[in-house]
Ligand binder design. Structure first.
Ligand SMILES: Nc1ncnc2c1ncn2[C@@H]1O[C@H](COP(=O)(O)OP(=O)(O)OP(=O)(O)O)[C@@H](O)[C@H]1O
Length: 471
């Protein structure tokens, strides 16, 4: 008799749990097969060892040969000679020694004791290990290389996964391998490199850079990239928007660019037209500018003059040439706009707002090929404040307030790829992220700091005379 309250099951129907179930049969692998597989792995390891670690194998082989033929004194002699050669090499050619010995040893060490050791737990916990038919597949480390500031781990992806899976887990990977950040570089299909900096090369500010003799307007040296190489900013043939909260160092990007252009300004092949609503940032070097405006009315007049000159140049070029080469007759014109939202959003006069927006839109959409560029700075990148963002092909994200603003500036996916502009330390002004034309992965950079004294010195040497610039 069924108990009161027990589940009632009709005796003729099987419950779903009692339906037919197929289970995978368990077949025991014979011991000989396991043994053969281990022997095969050992042989493969020994055969490939000289190709994978040629220097280490050669050292061991030479040591063994010295000991075999010459005994312990021979081995001691060999190692003493190696030590002396090493010391002389280190003292005489430190760079080549670092490249050929120190960094290779470091790469080997980090491969074995950091990446291989923690690879499985970090990848499994961060969700990058894949399972298929009850087997686990891990991306494979192909090689670890070190340079002066970062480790580069080359990885083969598991079939069916994509680099985007790694890009969305850069924070987990960085913390997992105790690195300050992680960047994903795609080499080929199923072949990526994870870049882990070992230290922050941009932690120390650096002074204004020397003025070049012949400035390249499409690659102005304005700062340093995280990997120690120069950060070159293109101005000729593009427009640049620099976004960052107050105190993030927008001024240093603008001033570094102007400084790098100085000889071209001096020779008359380039002009800077400046709009400075705060009257603090650019006023200091006012004499360097061909035109200067600091209130709404004069700023719009300046922008409309730039549009008129640009259109005149375009009319002259029509049907004759398709690109601009800076000359004294047709100089490269850089319109610098500090706090562009003052004109497009905050100015009380609606007419001024409308006219400036039209002028900026015209300059940014038509100026590129005739030698007119806009370099604009902005504190708040939201659409309500600046809806012309997309007319600027190149953007620099300095320290931002919110995570959501990163993609607004650098484009979709930039934050997933490691551009954490919202996490930049406030004590690191001038640090930011840029996207280079050659790669979708954002690059961390720092602008050189151009002090007030530097600006004064620049003005003393290079100030444009009114006659020269036709003011
Ligand atoms: N590249 C840099 N390296 C070191 N220090 C810097 C750098 N840029 C700026 N600073 C420091 O940070 C301070 C603020 O910089 P800056 O005025 O350029 O910021 P900003 O973004 O233009 O701010 P705001 O929008 O309020 O004008 C500067 O006074 C300077 O001391």
């Amino acid at each position: 008799m069924a108990k009161i309250g027990a589940a009632q099951t009709p005796p003729t129907l099987p419950t779903p749990a009692q339906g037919v179930r197929w289970t995978t049969p368990i077949v025991e692998t014979p011991g000989i097969v396991v043994l053969a597989s281990w022997i095969w792995r050992l042989v493969r390891f020994l055969v490939t060892l000289p190709f994978r670690f040629p220097v280490m194998v050669a050292c061991l082989a030479a040591s063994f040969a010295a000991w075999w033929w010459l005994g312990w004194p021979g081995l001691a002699g060999l190692w003493t000679t190696a030590l002396v050669v090493s010391l002389v090499w280190w003292r005489t050619w430190p760079d080549s020694y670092r490249y050929c010995v120190t960094l290779r040893l470091l790469a080997w060490w980090r491969h074995v004791f950091v990446y291989r050791r923690h690879w499985q737990p970090v990848l499994v916990i961060s969700g990058l290990a894949e399972s298929y038919q009850e087997r686990r597949y891990l991306p494979r480390i192909r090689r670890v290389m070190c340079d002066i500031w970062a480790d580069r781990v080359r990885v083969s992806l598991v079939a069916g996964t994509s680099p985007a899976d790694f890009e969305t887990r850069v924070a987990e990977l960085a913390h997992g391998f105790a690195a300050p950040s992680c960047r994903v570089i795609v080499n080929r299909p199923r072949d990526i490199t994870l870049e882990f900096p070992r230290r922050d090369t941009l932690a120390e500010p650096f002074d204004a850079l020397p003025t070049p003799d012949a400035p390249e307007l499409d690659a102005l040296h304005v700062g340093q990239r995280e990997d120690g190489s120069p950060w070159r900013l293109r101005l000729h043939g593009t427009h640049v928007l620099v976004a960052g909260v107050t105190g993030s160092g927008k001024g240093s990007v603008i001033w570094s660019a102007v400084r790098a252009m100085l000889p071209a300004i001096d020779s008359g092949t380039a002009q800077v037209w400046a709009i400075d609503p705060k009257r603090m940032e650019l006023a200091y070097g006012r004499d360097l500018f061909a035109h200067y405006a600091d209130d709404g009315e004069s700023a719009v007049a300046l922008l409309e003059l730039a549009v008129a000159q640009m259109q005149d140049r375009a009319r002259r070029y029509a049907g004759k040439r398709r690109s601009h080469t800076p000359t004294t007759e047709d100089p490269f014109v850089l319109v610098v706009l500090d706090e562009v939202a003052f004109l497009t959003a905050y100015h009380p006069d609606r007419d001024i707002r409308k006219r400036s927006e039209n002028a900026i839109a015209t300059l940014t959409s038509q100026g590129r090929s005739v030698g007119f560029s806009v370099l604009a700075a902005l504190q708040d990148p939201r659409k309500e404040v600046m809806n012309l963002r997309n007319l600027f092909p190149d953007k620099v994200a300095l320290r931002l307030d919110e995570a959501s603003q990163v993609d607004m500036i650098l484009g979709e996916g930039a934050r997933d790829r490691g551009a954490n502009a919202h996490l930049i330390d406030p004590t690191f002004p001038g640090v930011g992220y840029v996207r280079m034309e050659t790669s979708p992965a954002p690059v961390r950079v720092r602008a050189a700091y151009v002090s007030d004294d530097d600006i004064t010195a620049m003005t003393d040497v290079y100030a444009a005379s009114d006659e020269e610039v036709g003011r």
